[in-house]
Design a protein around this ligand. Structure first.
Ligand code: C6P
Length: 405
């Protein structure tokens, strides 16, 4: 059990007021907030350890290098990768997926090949594959969902052919919260000899992720949804796949030798980390992981699950409120529509009550088209949210409905 009041005391931003109302921050799927220990770690780095890494023998450079490489080990242990060199630091989930597209896709996918995605994907796990298909003459095949927002696994199995080269799946849907049965889906793909990329942007902050147990080939996530800084993310890749890939960006720190005629590349992970990386942000991400692990990922998941259940019960009982996304397995995301009220008006009026939700298509336009809506309002919970904040959301929705009554 989490001591929520103690946890909240670690997050000064949660004590803000918006106008005269206490802030109720329910936009955690977009970015979660940063606790004091992470901010303190960033400050300590800037005050006492800051220098460029991997380049010099002076004290500060060695201190910064050690902290950056220790951060890689923290991520390795967090996702249970076999080796630290399987962890590549990127700017976020988007860049991680683009790295796979450029590094693996452009090398191994050819005209007539097929890539499987799902209709639930965030644009970050659609657009790079569109780009690759356009360049190579490959095609996308798409796993559909039922009306609850669950993937149709019977259809998934029929999508494989001898031209299937890659499967790209969201672990958790950002717009609906559906937790996809990725372990089984990976086993199916592997039975066809096809590697799998998981978009874990919405899973890593909420679930215990074990890349060896999942048996995935690539796993992407972002720091800023995990109580860490923006500008940092992770691509996990199986060592043999990363080694076979071509670099995505060229520059300093990713080379073995450079002559005017040609370059040879450093071993992984450096091969994929050209230029000065986001050193402070990587160290901040490790501090965020330490913080989450000090609370316990299981305790986090349990608290968020009970919030989701409570919010689902309360919103389902409200006239004029339609929940969008009712999968049996869900992370703490609640998308909803209010009858006769545009989601942008819902977001604006809730903001006037101090309640922060996201409204729009959530960078999942194909999913919105499938659901027959242009947009939704989305409340997304973190471990520091409380049942009282769910009550504030409910009260806020009532006041929105009254404005339009
Ligand atoms: N979703 C949301 O409000 P970046 O921006 O690279 O850190 O993450 C992109 C991304 C990729 N996949 C999924 C499933 C995501 O949810 C996101 C980011 C935010 O839902 C901002 S659009």
């Amino acid at each position: 059990m989490l001591d929520i009041e103690r946890v909240r005391a670690d997050f000064p931003i949660l004590a803000l007021t918006v106008g005269s109302k206490p802030l109720v921050y329910l936009d955690n799927a977009a970015s979660s907030q940063m606790p004091n220990p992470v901010m303190e770690r960033l400050l300590r780095y800037q005050r006492q350890e800051h220098a460029n890494i991997h380049r010099a023998v002076h004290y500060l450079s060695e201190t910064a290098t050690a902290a950056y490489e220790a951060a890689r080990c923290t991520v390795q242990q967090f996702i249970h990768a076999r080796e630290a060199r399987e962890v590549i630091f990127t700017s976020g989930t988007t860049e991680s997926i683009n790295l796979v597209m450029h590094g693996w896709g452009r090398k191994f996918i050819n005209a007539g090949d097929e890539i499987i995605i799902t209709v639930l994907e965030h644009h970050s796990n659609i657009v790079p594959w569109h780009m690759l298909c356009a360049e190579k003459g490959a095609t996308l095949k798409v796993v559909p969902i039922n009306d609850a927002g669950e993937l149709q696994l019977d259809v998934y199995e029929t999508l494989f052919s001898d031209r299937t080269r890659l499967v790209c799946l969201g672990h958790v849907s950002n717009a609906l919260g559906s937790i996809n049965p990725v372990k089984n889906m990976i086993a199916t793909a592997h039975a066809h000899g096809v590697p799998v990329l998981l978009d874990g942007a919405q899973a890593a902050p909420h679930l215990h992720v074990d890349v060896q147990d999942l048996d995935c080939d690539f796993y992407a996530f972002s720091g800023h949804k995990l109580c860490g800084p923006t500008g940092i993310g992770v691509l996990y890749g199986r060592a043999e796949l990363l080694e076979a890939m071509q670099p995505f960006k060229g520059g300093g720190d990713m080379i073995h030798t450079v002559t005017l005629e040609k370059s040879t590349y450093a071993p992984i992970p450096n091969k994929f980390e050209a230029g000065t990386p986001p050193i402070a942000a990587a160290i901040g991400l490790a501090a965020a992981i330490d913080y989450l692990q000090s609370l316990g990922m299981d305790a986090i998941a349990a608290h968020e699950h009970s919030l989701l259940q409570y919010a689902t019960e309360r919103l389902s009982a409200m006239p004029g409120v339609r929940l969008i996304g009712t999968a049996r397995e869900k992370a703490a995301v609640l998308s909803f529509a209010l009858q006769g009220i545009h989601p942008h008006d819902v977001g604006t009026l809730l903001n006037a009550e101090g309640v922060a939700v996201r409204t729009g298509h959530h960078c999942a336009q194909p999913l919105m088209q499938r659901l027959g809506v242009a947009a939704t309002a989305r409340a997304s919970f973190a471990f520091y949210n409380t049942p009282a904040e769910v009550d504030a959301l409910v009260a806020g929705i009532r006041s929105v409905q009254q404005v339009f009554a």
